[in-house]
Structure formats: C-alpha cells, structure tokens
Design a protein around this ligand. Sequence first.
Ligand SMILES: *Cc1c(COP(=O)(O)O)cnc(C)c1O
Length: 386
Amino acid sequence: MGTRPLLNRRLDGLGTTIFAEMSALATATGSINLGQGFPDTDGPEEIREAAVRALREGRGNQYPPGPGIPELRQAITEHQQRFYGLAYDPDTEVLVTAGATEAIAAALLALLEPGDEVIALEPFYDSYAACIAMAGATRVPLTLRAPSFRPDIDELRALITPRTRLLLLNTPHNPTGTVLAPDELTAIAELAVAHDLLVVTDEVYEHLVFAGAHHPIAALPGMRERTVSISSAGKTFSFTGWKVGWVTAPAPLVAAVRTAKQYLTYVSAGPFQYAVAEALRLPDAYFEDFRADLRRKRDLLAGGLASAGFRVFNPEGTYFITTDITPLGEKDGVEFCRALPERCGVVAIPNAVFYDDQEAGRPLVRFTFCKKDEVLREAVARLARI
Ligand SMILES: *Cc1c(COP(=O)(O)O)cnc(C)c1O
C-alpha cells in the first residue's frame, strides 16, 4: 500500500475515542460504567409503544421525507413555542436529523469554508473537533476553567479575528454542567451580531437544568437569523439508540444544512420519528418529573463523590459531574481513569480528552449519573474504598 498514511491529515489524531477504551475496560473488569452517558432505563412506555405501533402499521418503514415527517416537524415547532416562545415554520425552518450528531456534522460541513475559524467552548463534546476538522476549518477554544467553568467574555472578544465564521455553543454544557446565564448569552449574542458570526448551538440537555432555566440564544435580539439550534430526543426522552435529532433555524440556514445532511444519511429512523412526535407533546409533568428524578440522582452521586474525597463541581445541568482528583493525591485524570476499574470497579472519563489545553483538563474526571439508584449507590460504596 506504499508509505502514505491511510488516514488523511484532517483526521490525524482523531483515531479512537476514549469511550471505546473505557467501555472495554468496564466489561473486562466487571466495573460499573459511569463513563459513557446513556441511561440504563428506557424512556416512557407509551412512547416505546408508539414506535411499535408505527412500525406495525407500516408508518416510516420506507424512506421518510428528506426534511423529516410532517407530524414530527410540527411537534418540534410546537415544542419551541411552548417552552421558549420561539416560532418556526414546520415546512421551511425545521430539519430532522440522525441525532444531534448528524445535525452538528451537517451544520459544520455546510456552513464552513476551509480556513474558517470556529470558536467553541472547551472542553468540547468529542464530535465537534472531528467535524470542524472534516470541514477543513480550525477550532479556536474558549476554555472554561475550574472552579467556575464560566466563559470569559473578554477572552472571547480577543479570540475573534477576520477569519472567525462561527461560534459553536453548548448549553447546558457537557462535561462541565455549566448552563449559560442570560447575561453571558446576551454578551455572546452582541459579539455575534457585531462581527456578523453564525452561531450553532447544541442544546440536547435543554430539559436537564437544575438551577435557573435553559435560555436559547436564538431568542435574543438579532440572533434568530444567524442561529442554528440543535436538539435531540436521545437525552430528553431516554432513547439514545433511536438517534432522532433536529435543527431549527431560518429557512436559508435550514436549506444549507439540509444540503449537507441529504448526502450524509439522506433520512433515518422512520417509525421512531412518529414516536418522538408524540414524546414532544407529553404534558409538562413528564419534563418536570424527568428533571426532578435526575436532580435527585445528581445529589446522590455528588454526595458520594464528595465523601470519597473528590472535589465536586456541582453541575447546573446535564447528567454529568466533573470532579477534581487533586484532593485524593492524584494529578493525572487519564492515569487515574485507567487504574480506577482495577482499584474499585468503577469507570469514569478523564476530561483531558475534551481539551486542547491539556493542563486545564489534567486533574479533572467526569462521572455520569443517568443510572438506576441502586447502581449509583453501589458505585458510591465502591468509590468510598479509594
Ligand atoms: C449526547 C450528545 C450529543 C449527541 O446526541 P445524539 O442525538 O445522540 O446524536 C450531542 N451533543 C452533546 C453535548 C451530547 O452530550
């Protein structure tokens, strides 16, 4: 095959994700896996039944329409109106995607030119770096630093150059649990307008906010026209395997994202789209109970981690807790996470894998709490031994 590397230069360094290594370690050692963020309990029974019904009745078993089935696009617009007062046209301003992951990929591939700069909150969700690289663009991190993990607006202002094309936001933020506050969003929005930047905002944890509220940046003055908002059914309804996500944005942005999306998957998840349309119309009580349940799980795990000697950064949102292992006499999260399964039978993720700035992430370790109470209690008991 000659001497030329097979993997192209754009993808260099993006070889394997830490999740594969850590999940394999969890299996090999019989550990409790608090690494990867997926619930160990499925979402609402009636929504599962809605998917079964669609499948049995032959709805969605063949290619659904490219933008998504009309019922789901309608339900997405109703959801945006109901929770945020945002109005979108279901025919031209909504796009259904294969999870938020495809929405992110399609948005970045459609909107970026090679050489463009993208400012993203660091630590990054792992697909951001890969998609920015595949688009031939350059990522510019705005680092969220312990202990507050707030964005520094002066630092953001200084990072903007004539080549900056896009701000890539994530609120609530994985893995730090930061929820961008109204004043932060306002300051970010003013910079986006002043520099004519596009904003892509990943809001998959919109219904997991424990302190304050989720505020979509698209609702701020001057932002609707430049913002691609992304969310997904996976986290909100505990069906991460269904991979139903969506984009809401003005028609020209949706048309651009759709152009890339149609050559990635074209369409996906036909029968599940019908079920997610029903899920989005669940009464407020579903969303309130879901949040209360996860808040309780957060407190259970946070308390256990603190008792075990970790420094705990209590998350405002998401289902992750970031900790600092320094009080345990540890320095390096990667080494710590590689040894943890042998030491006490628990798997976690070193936050360093989400950073370009290795020093900022080195002592930080992430645990998920979207697991059954008994699993969390057992994990806490095991962690108490270290
Ligand atoms: C889980 C997650 C996603 C992926 O969502 P899917 O709908 O499963 O593709 C995207 N962004 C963040 C921040 C996530 O945590």
